[in-house]
Ligand binder design. Sequence first.
Ligand SMILES: *Cc1c(COP(=O)(O)O)cnc(C)c1O
Length: 344
Amino acid sequence: MKEVERLIRPDLLTLKPYSSARDDFKGKAEVFIDANENPFDNKINRYPDPLQRKLKDQISLIKSIPVDSIFLGNGSDEVLDLIIRLFCVPGTDELIITPPTYGMYKVLAAINNIFITEVPLDSNFQLVVESILKRYNRNSKILFLCSPNNPVGNVLNRKDVIKLLETFPGIVVIDEAYIDFTNEESYIKLIQTYPNLIVIQTFSKAWGMAGLRLGMAFSNAYTIGQLNKIKPPYNINVLTQEAALEKLQDTKTFKKNKKLIISERKLLVDQLSLLPIIKKIHQSDANFILAEFDNANESYAKLLEEGIVVRNRTNEIGCKNCLRITVGTPDENIRIIKTLETLS
Ligand SMILES: *Cc1c(COP(=O)(O)O)cnc(C)c1O
């Protein structure tokens, strides 16, 4: 994996990771007095499996991806943070992002003292491949792409993404937090083709487990191994591992809710486009819509007065006067439609 190795923070290549007695242990033991745990069973007195093997077996089946290509984090936010730390030298390296996009990339870069280069999407919220390649320099370690993108909801053109995977000399992270809401194909199948590709997904959205904090990265086994080396040893707690394993069995509810969210998204688009205070609703392949209002700040404030919280994105690049509205339950969707009707 020379292509990836040369991008890793040099001091981390030689890092000797924390190891517990149980990392070395393969056979069948009966007495565990190695970790200073409390011996009295209360279901959570033991440290969790640091590599979450049972959970990864299940994810491997659902995603058709080998276990050694899966990394789990305390939410995708932890995964993104670890990726930045693995590749970027603080005070020297930079990330390229393509606004408008997910706000955490910038925050995580700042926390890690990593520079940010912004190459905005075009007026159709698509990538400007030439500009990205032009802005690249040898400190541009990572390019963050988000598809379907937040806050707009559209999918990035596949040919542009492939072009970048083939030509961008650094790591390309594709954040697929909303992939379950679209018919477009995931890039997960390409992790063996492109050594510089890391795909991020989450259980927070379509799977309905935002409270658990469980995010995923998929990449080649070398890169996943490097992430395992630098992660906090017990980053996924016992309760999260158990609850996720249980919820992942229930694919019926997952599919049912996902279908309902997609049909409710259409209802929201159809009904809200009729309102005079809404000028445009952007095409969405996610579980939210971005709507352009006559005056976003005013509508935002009025919705708040009615007890409805949406996300005001008016200050984001290309999103002037836009509010982002998450698809809710059918009752919640009727409520926002009715409220906006009275404001129109
Ligand atoms: C919601 C979201 C996530 C999910 O973050 P978690 O930490 O897994 O809850 C990641 N990326 C984007 C673009 C999102 O919108």
